[in-house]
Write a protein that binds this ligand. Structure first.
Ligand code: GCV
Length: 650
């Protein structure tokens, strides 16, 4: 299947110059930065010939000078651009590459060569994408076709992977995990010789674009690949096996950054089977990868997924903190703990995970999910970037010089939303999540309106109506989705397993620890100190805010508290009235967004228009189901009428 170039389409500029001269030394001439610039200039200034250095420089020429300045940080760049000459300096080839992409972006947005200066270095040192791709080409929680990394158990390195690396580098992604954290099927053999040549090739490609390659190993590989009878992290034979395996692998694949590990979670093997803990498991691997500069990223998504719903004391929200806080300080310095943005699992609204800022002696990174597992599965528009921005900007109120999540983490990862669909992300609008995520991690102060406009213009062109409508849709989409699905922090009223569409009690009597506990009088889970005690996992200042329904922010009230339907929110509305209003208003917003899109017929590419229109049709169908099922559910339980007398089914 072919593929779109997304925001790297490079539209023609209104410029009639005859020559674009790229001046740089020989080393840079072989770099991705040079290639990107050359390719882009050929499309953007089609009347010009693109030359490497030239004696001729006249009014019909545009000169771009590329250079590496080692006094800059490796990923930093400076641009000084004018109408006839631009200088781009970077701290390394990657810095120059980022500078080139920034120059191309600004030039495309300005519609021609403009005068500007820009200096930037990334806000986050590690900016990752985690793919949940399986070797058999399926993608766990994938909504955009099949894997383009794995085709029928083989690893593919082809034009599509090149385009992928280019797209990711253009928004500053510098680490990619290619396979699912649930290591299944042939992916268990990623550590064996089977994939070595292709991993080397893919690593080389990624390296050219400043991206480190990561894989998820099977923690039980000493057994499944090595034929040992144990994977005990403290067993000498096991340690020796991993040391040998890593020596071979990292020597063959020099651009391998390390491992991402899901252990003792949802059925994955881990150290618990041998009476060891997460620090034992992570450190054993960290020592095996250390000689090669490798990193072990160890996930904190660990909880009891065989809970009894009758047990009111066990609280899944508590588990990350309870499991890992006792281990603070025990992890080697090439271990990073990867913590989901909230304590549950990528719901549309959750409190920020209490581990941020609390683990003072351990490296931590944040994990988000661009694949919209719980947020409309790339059929509904739900632009997650403002939410990610808010979470990174959240002040943990721990006693730190800078207590914001963005400062207490050493990197950020997101579950990717890509597949082998023509447009990569199922819906063209879902690509705004991919683009915006990368841009945000590079520049955490970026303005969301500007970001939405920028993406819309690079994707759809200069038509102001298109940019305005797309921007309005993106900016309002998350709130609309939250409103017509699960407002007030309730979460989880989706259909079990596939997580799409409403089912208010779908998880209520199940083993996953995800309950709303709605009855005829009240709704919500008491996670205050008189309930499960989860609110006490925060810094004292937040523990106090979250600990009482009077001070808890409305949007999280039912996450932290169990209250009667007649409880008055800080907004002045009752809980039940808020539920009704949110569902009616959220649906209306979705209708409005669909209309904004419909108005663009003839203004955007016909194929794109049709694909997104079909998705809006589905979004409206599903949003109506959410509205009517959730409203009816609460009306039947509570017996309280909507004070505005709107239609609720009984
Ligand atoms: C990769 C949720 C998802 C699973 C996913 C898991 C995780 O439970 O539903 O598909 O597994 O999170 O993050 O490990």
């Amino acid at each position: 299947m072919g593929f779109s170039k997304l925001w790297l389409e490079h539209k023609k500029l209104a410029d009639t110059r005859k020559r674009v001269i790229i001046s740089c030394d020989h080393t840079l001439k072989d770099s991705a930065a040079f290639d990107e610039l050359k390719t882009a200039m050929r499309t953007m200034v089609p009347d010009a010939i693109v030359l490497w250095k030239s004696e001729v420089f006249d009014d019909d020429s545009y000169l771009i000078v590329l250079s590496v300045h080692p006094e800059l940080e490796a990923e930093e760049y400076n641009i000084a651009a004018s109408s006839n000459i631009t200088e781009i300096c970077g701290g390394s080839e990657t810095g120059v590459l980022y500078g080139v992409f920034a120059f191309l972006r600004q030039t495309a947005l300005a519609g021609g060569f403009a005068s500007f200066t820009e200096s930037a270095k990334p806000s986050q040192p590690l900016r990752m994408l985690n793919h949940w791709d399986n070797a058999d080409s399926t993608i766990e929680r994938g909504y955009s076709g099949k894997s383009f990394f794995f085709v029928d158990d083989e690893l593919a390195v082809n034009e599509r992977t090149v385009m992928y690396a280019r797209l990711m580098a253009s928004v500053g992604i510098n680490g990619v995990v290619i396979n699912n954290v649930n290591v299944r099927g042939k992916a268990k053999r990623l550590l064996a010789d089977d994939y070595a040549d292709r991993l080397e090739e893919l690593g080389g490609l990624f390296g050219r674009y400043g991206i480190k390659l990561f894989i998820c190993p099977d923690f039980a590989a000493p057994i499944t690949v090595g034929g040992l009878d144990s994977a005990d992290p403290l067993d000498d034979k096991v340690i020796e096996w991993w040391n040998g395996c890593c020596k071979k692998l990292f020597t063959k694949v020099p651009n391998l950054g390390g491992f991402l590990v899901k252990a003792d979670s949802e059925g994955q093997p881990g150290p618990f089977a041998y009476g060891r803990d997460h620090a034992d498991g992570a450190n054993m691997l960290a020592r095996a990868v250390r000689p090669y500069g490798g990193t072990v990223i160890w996930r904190c998504f660990v909880y009891n997924c065989t809970q009894d719903w009758r047990d009111l004391n066990t609280d899944r929200a508590r588990s990350g903190y309870d499991n890992f806080i006792p281990l603070d300080g025990r992890f080697d310095d090439n271990v990073i703990l990867q913590v989901k943005n909230g304590p549950m699992d990528f719901q549309v609204r959750e409190p920020v995970h209490p581990l941020f800022g609390a683990m003072k002696h351990t490296k931590i990174m944040a994990e988000f999910q661009l694949a919209q597992e719980y947020t409309g599965q790339q059929k509904h528009v739900c632009w997650l970037v403002p939410m990610i921005r808010d979470i990174l900007a959240f002040g943990t109120r721990h006693d730190l010089d800078d207590d914001r999540v963005s400062s207490v983490v050493c990197g950020v990862a997101a579950v990717a939303n890509t597949g082998d669909d023509y447009c990569w992300t199922g819906s063209e609008l879902a690509a705004a999540n991919l683009y915006g995520y990368g841009r945000l991690l590079f520049c955490e102060d970026i303005d969301m309106e500007q970001l939405a406009e920028e993406w819309a213009q690079l994707t759809f062109g200069e038509d102001e109506q298109v940019i305005a409508n797309v921007k309005e849709i993106l900016l309002g989409s998350h709130k609309a989705y939250e409103d017509y699905t699960v407002p007030l922090g309730m979460g989880w009223m989706c259909k079990p397993n596939h997580h799409y569409g409403p089912d208010p009690w779908g998880y209520e009597f199940d083993r996953w620890g995800t309950y709303n506990r709605a009855d005829r009088d009240s709704v919500g889970v008491d996670r205050s100190m008189s309930g499960t005690g989860y609110s006490g996992q925060y810094s004292p200042a937040w523990a106090e805010v979250y600990g009482s329904p009077d001070s808890c922010p409305d949007e999280l009230l039912l996450f932290f508290h169990r209250v009667p339907y007649t409880h008055r929110l800080r907004s002045g509305k009752t809980v039940i009235q808020h539920i009704y209003d949110a569902h009616f208003e959220g649906y209306e917003k979705a209708e409005h967004f669909a209309k904004l899109w419909a108005d663009l017929e003839g203004r955007v590419d016909e194929q794109i228009f049709k694909n997104v229109s079909a998705r809006f049709e589905e979004q409206l169908r599903c949003a109506k189901e959410w509205r009517d099922i959730v409203n009816t559910f609460f009306h039947r339980l509570s017996g309280i009428d909507d004070e505005k007398g709107r239609k609720i089914y009984n």
